[in-house]
Design a protein around this ligand. Sequence first.
Ligand code: IPE
Ligand code: IPE
Ligand code: MG
Length: 246
Amino acid sequence: MPQKVAGLPEHVAVIMDGNGRWARKRGMPRPAGHRAGVKSVRATVQHAARLGIRQLTLFAFSSENWKRPAEEIGVLMSLFREVLQREVAELHKNRVRLQFIGERERLGPRLRTAIEAAEGHTADNDGLQLVVAVAYGGRWDITNAARKLAQKARDGELDPETIDEQSLADGLQLAGMSDPDLLIRTGGERRVSNFLLWNLAYAEIVFSDVLWPDFRESDFDAAVDYFTGRQRRFGHTPEQLEAAKC
Ligand code: IPE
Ligand code: IPE
Ligand code: MG
């Protein structure tokens, strides 16, 4: 019976929201909130690694965020590159393996180069697997996976009758990784905003009112505590899970 006792989550996903409001509250322009959010990213990565979490997936920029003012997008893209270049040595030292998911063809050449360099540099690390979602959308991800299957079928390499959930999952950006056990969204909104639509099927969800730049270790701990108190049933009855324990 597929049972999972909710110990420490293996994979935590975070929608880092609330930067703009954090800045506005202080009478500052929205990009100041994005800059302030970097501190929370650093604290969260270090803390997750310390707790022994295996995978951390951070939503940094969605497919829909391309609709924002060009100036804000520009600041964000420069910030991604700047932070990546500055932090990669420290991440490597801490054995973090860094990966990016999303439509990287839409990113500028300098950011792409920085991403590829960071991924290559940390590829053999065996510590925390840190995945950053940039220009990522859950619908894009699933569409992309479906296209790959269709191409294989067209080329005669795949019988459509044999397509199952696993074959589609194998074409997703997080192929080979376990599904997130816990999703945290900061900033008070209670929605998924086109994040990992397929992979979040059974995630426990914590919505935190804390704005991302204010998010600290204790907020992460509170979400993990909530998670460890859950009974994850995956469709079974509580009685079935009790019986399986004996
Ligand atoms: C999240 O903060 C960061 C990105 C989406 C890039 P927001 O920029 O969405 O902040 P709010 O929601 O406007 O406060
Ligand atoms: C979701 O936040 C995307 C990221 C945090 C990167 P948004 O602020 O873009 O989400 P909506 O548009 O309010 O749903
Ligand atoms: Mg937002």
